[in-house]
Design a protein around this ligand. Structure first.
Ligand code: AMP
Length: 560
């Protein structure tokens, strides 16, 4: 350690620890009458939001929640979830955002592993909760969340219904100061193998993440995404990395916020139009779903800006969205990283270039945001140059990365090998700082000694006019090790076979963008591509499905 100068503070100086409660101070000061909207059912002001957070803190404290306890939430994206994102950590407890899209067994595992003591359950998930209740080892009390008139449910340890409890609680609460390194939130990420792994974030981390994200979305002129006169609606579940942390940013800035509950495409469309939503974010498949909904056809979305993250943004989706008036910007992150790591930034050099070139940069994984260090590492732990060519694992350092996996010392050490967080993504970084994700390490296709990026191939295939959705995986091949296999969903009334796809890809081989082994010799035309719990392509399921089809010689396979 360097011997630096440390000066003892005045005895009565206030250190203002970086606590989530501090994020609540400014929004209400700026715009106390600005609204929080829930579906087409409810709207209230920032003044009411602050009051409800205090009421919730009183309800939880009276129910017995103590600092250090874990309080879990099972809900869709709602104003109540937003209140939990503040009130639970603000009383020193840990918010566990349960991924309600996991299987009942996985949810049970995560709840026992996280030591959940209290659970807030949306009435829609009561049957699911009841199915695992008997095996929960740490839960003591529950609170019911409901939009219906029925305020009762058969839940063990039921304290009461949320709104009834809030109405009876005091509207003020003295939130105490505590160590900013206290854990504020936790949730679980599912890998390709093994049990879900728990990541966790402290108050300090979430506050710093909020500040960095605010400066990214609000201050960069060439990609300005959200100012505080914008209207924000997440289309990323709040259980998926706190809806990417944007609700904290929006609340700090006093932005009007719209929470859509369960994602129903027609309701999303209605909210976008009626509430005049101007900023949102989601994974590519959800955007595709939104754009395919009947009322989106021919609709002018002009003025809507969206961050696309969680998976690669391909050019076809970027162009299709642009044609409807939606401006997309790619960002990169993962559960382990809180999540924001990088976001497209169009510098002066790119602004002076062509629109086509700018698009190529808007869809890359972006430039690391303030306070983030990103590097490329080879398998010996050596850092490689940022020349856009050298390819290796993307590794990271930032103040808000999970410091390990909860109760998984070995996996934690692997995550942090050589003192950098390992992403499991193969990438290159160019001299402008742009990260280009080539593939997940596990998804790279190795054929005849060559490496093929499944992401690049998906991007090129998606440019075929007949293709609505595509997923590419490697399948075992006795001669080549692996060969790419493409799963396609075609647009209505269109047709395509493996030969047609080969003709589409041939020019890219001739230009040298891909090698000839990248052309899939087999494709399957399907009506839907399997998705993960957060709406990404589920490559694990896809590989299993393909293995079965190949074994059974299914008729819908097309081969060249
Ligand atoms: P998760 O932890 O489920 O959010 O998944 C994180 C992973 O999503 C990353 O490790 C990447 O493989 C992928 N990912 C996220 N953002 C992007 C992006 N902009 N481009 C390509 N892959 C991405």
């Amino acid at each position: 350690m360097l011997q630096t100068r440390l000066i003892a503070p005045a005895e009565n100086a206030h250190p203002a620890p970086l606590l989530i409660k501090r994020l609540l101070l400014s929004g209400i000061r700026y715009e106390k009458t600005r609204e929080i909207v829930y579906r087409d059912q409810l709207r209230y002001s920032y003044a009411t939001l602050n009051e409800r957070i205090a009421r919730l803190a009183n309800v939880l404290t009276e129910a017995g929640v103590k600092a250090g306890d874990t309080v879990a939430v099972m809900d869709w994206d709602s104003h109540r979830y937003l209140e939990c994102m503040f009130a639970i950590p603000m009383i020193g407890a840990v918010l566990h955002t349960i991924n309600i899209r996991l299987s009942a067994d996985q949810i049970l595992y995560t709840m026992n592993h996280a030591d959940d003591k209290f659970v807030l359950v949306n009435s829609e998930f009561v049957p699911l909760y009841q199915s695992i209740e008997g095996q929960l080892t740490t839960v003591e009390k529950t609170i019911l969340l409901t939009d219906t008139a029925d305020k009762t449910a058969e839940l063990g340890g039921l304290v009461g219904e949320y709104e009834t409890l809030l109405a009876a609680a005091s509207p003020t609460y003295e939130f105490a100061d505590f160590d900013e390194n206290s854990v504020a939130t936790t949730f679980y990420t599912t890998g390709t193998t093994g049990n879900p792994k728990g990541v966790y974030f402290t108050h300090r981390q979430l506050v710093l993440h909020t500040m960095a994200m605010a400066s990214t979305v609000s201050a960069l002129d060439s990609i300005r995404l959200m100012g505080n006169a914008d209207v924000y609606m997440p289309i990323t579940p709040m259980f998926h990395v706190h809806a990417w942390g944007v609700p904290y940013v929006a609340t700090m800035l006093g932005v009007k916020q719209v929470y859509p509950g369960r994602y129903e495409p027609e309701l999303l469309m209605k909210l976008i139009q009626q509430e005049k939503v101007t900023f949102s974010h989601c994974v590519p498949t959800i955007l595709q779903m939104l754009m395919n909904t009947p009322s989106a056809k021919g609709h002018d979305f002009g003025g809507l800006r969206m961050i696309i993250g969680g998976s690669a943004l391909n050019r076809a989706l970027y162009e299709a969205a642009k044609a409807t008036g939606i401006q997309l910007t790619a960002a990169y992150g993962m559960s382990e990283t809180c999540p924001l790591i990088s976001c497209a930034y169009i510098n002066e050099e790119l602004l002076a270039g062509s629109e086509d070139e700018r698009t190529a940069y808007r869809i890359k994984a972006g430039v690391p945001v303030p306070l983030v260090e990103a590097a490329i590492m080879n398998s010996e732990g050596k850092l490689l140059p940022n020349d856009g060519e050298a390819q290796g694992e993307l590794v990271l350092r930032a103040p808000w990365l999970t410091q390990g996996y909860f109760r998984e010392p070995q996996k934690s050490e692997e995550l942090w090998e050589h003192g950098w967080l390992h992403t499991g993504d193969v990438a290159a970084i160019d001299d402008m700082g742009f990260i280009e994700i080539r593939d997940r390490i596990k998804d790279v296709i190795k054929t005849g000694g060559e490496w093929i990026s499944s992401l690049e191939l998906e991007d090129l295939i998606s440019r075929h006019p007949a293709v609505r959705e595509v997923a590419v995986v490697g399948v075992a091949d006795p001669q080549w090790g692996e060969r790419p296999f493409a799963l396609l969903v075609l647009r209505d009334g269109q047709s395509l076979d493996a030969k047609g796809l080969k003709e589409h890809l041939k020019p890219f081989v001739d230009q040298g963008s891909i090698n000839k082994w990248a052309i899939p010799s087999q494709i399957a035309l399907v009506t839907e591509v399997p998705k993960t719990s957060v709406g990404k392509l589920d490559k694990k399921r896809i590989r299993l499905d393909i293995a079965q089809w190949l074994a059974a010689g299914s008729a819908f396979l097309s081969t060249v």
